[in-house]
Design a binder for this molecule. Structure first.
Ligand SMILES: Cc1cc2nc3c(=O)[nH]c(=O)nc-3n(C[C@H](O)[C@H](O)[C@H](O)COP(=O)(O)OP(=O)(O)OC[C@H]3O[C@@H](n4cnc5c(N)ncnc54)[C@H](O)[C@@H]3O)c2cc1C
Length: 375
């Protein structure tokens, strides 16, 4: 995107987030839903397709641009970003990287406009950190495949129109997995009730059940046996984006922490005048600075085709742990208030916990990093 156009997008999104989303965060928490006007404005601004190619109606941002946009988006409740994060990210990128022209034409423009919502269905009860052991099966039957199995913790499942489903078409292991497009409403497809989560209210996950779901063979994304590779490519990009969300959220939490430290008094001084409180603030700022620098460098190297593995894992590992520490220090600076419902840092503390778990836990990032170096 032209640099002036991109600067305009950043400015508009920044104002939208601060003026229209942040004031409604408590409502999102209470109702467990994104208000319709917020969803509508996000659609009009192109936020459902910022990372999708321009030729399919997206904004076509590079990863370097995407992370700068996501720094702004991540400044609000993570549920806001989650509303369109999967369509741009792990689900949408499956089609971008592996879809046929027909599949891209059919789905990407509608995903980019927010008319439809996508979901990425990889995790199963017995296949989480190691999805190569997944058992959901897709068996060829004439011109169709018949899918049986169950997925869990699938973001957007309750509202998704299209699922990128990873299912076993061949031998055990990562080479026997293929990807399928499954539309909402398909016979035999059922969605469980929304999960009761620790945080990130307003973003929903659920189980997805496949009971003899029949899809035409043309719904296979990529070729047979390439599903694992497709999933990993989407996740690598996703890890940089999640890192940018962590940076945006850490900035927000730190801003709230500093504002509170300047305003709250004890013993005749504002608490920000106490050096032990300054230490908490300084540690958060230093780590946030490191995280932002890592994200920008990982995005640059990804765009340049230099590194699609080590950078995303290092960044996701560091930034997700970093925002957890920043949130923890924020609760400490807020004292008893930080432990009370209705106070933003209490909510962010719960929201932030997820980032160390999904799209590869911290331990899985450690394994990816170490194995890459040792290979
Ligand atoms: C809110 C939410 C949204 C999600 N959204 C999606 C989604 O949209 N699509 C999707 O497919 N999935 C989604 N997930 C699933 C998520 O990616 C998995 O929960 C995650 O990868 C961990 O898998 P698991 O829960 O089975 O934990 P497990 O794999 O059982 O891990 C349990 C613990 O063991 C550790 N562990 C596991 N294997 C190893 C190992 N080899 N070495 C060292 N430690 C190990 C883990 O790090 C963890 O600490 C979501 C999860 C949540 C909570």
């Amino acid at each position: 995107m032209e640099s002036q156009d991109f600067a305009d997008v950043l400015k508009a999104v920044r104002s939208f987030v601060r003026d229209q989303v942040i004031p409604r965060e408590e409502e999102i928490e209470e109702t467990d839903a994104i208000p319709e006007p917020v969803r509508q404005t996000a659609r009009e601004m192109g936020l459902f397709g910022y990372a999708l190619p321009e030729q399919y109606g997206g904004l076509g941002l590079s990863v370097g641009e995407e992370v700068r946009l996501v720094f702004e988006i991540g400044y609000a409740s993570p549920a806001f970003r989650s509303m369109f994060g999967t369509s741009n990210g792990i689900a949408g990128q499956v089609l971008v990287n592996a879809g046929t022209e027909e599949q891209k034409d059919a789905w990407l423009p509608r995903l980019a406009s927010g008319e439809v919502v996508g979901a990425f269905a990889l995790t199963e009860a017995e296949a989480g950190s190691d999805p190569s052991t997944l058992t959901t099966s897709a068996v060829r039957d004439g011109d169709d495949y018949v899918i049986d199995g169950a997925k869990r913790f699938i973001t957007n499942a309750p509202e998704a129109d299209v699922f990128m489903v990873f299912a076993r078409t061949g031998a055990p292991g990562s080479r026997g997995i293929s990807t399928f497009l499954v539309e909402k409403g398909a016979d035999g497809l059922t969605i469980g009730p929304p999960d009761e989560k620790m945080g990130q209210r307003g973003a929903h996950t659920a189980e997805v059940f496949f009971d003899g779901v029949r899809v035409p063979a043309r719904n296979m994304v990529g070729t047979e046996g390439t599903g694992f590779r497709t999933a990993m490519a989407s996740l690598a990009h996703g890890r940089i984006s999640i890192s940018a969300v962590c940076v945006g959220l850490a900035q927000r939490i730190l801003d709230e922490t500093v504002a509170y430290a300047k305003e709250r008094s004890q013993g005749g001084n504002t608490i920000g005048e106490y050096q032990l409180v300054q230490g908490l603030i300084a540690d958060s700022q230093a780590e946030l600075y490191a995280g932002r620098s890592m994200v920008l460098e990982a995005a640059r190297a990804y765009d340049a085709g230099e590194d699609t593995k080590l950078g995303p894992s290092c960044t996701k590992y560091f930034c997700s742990e970093m925002v957890g520490r920043v949130a923890d220090r924020a609760v400490q600076v807020f004292g008893g208030m930080g432990y009370m419902r209705g106070v933003s840092v209490e909510r962010f503390y719960r929201d932030a916990r997820l980032f160390r778990i999904y799209e590869g836990t911290s331990q899985i990032q450690q394994l990816v990093i170490a194995r890459t170096l040792l290979r």
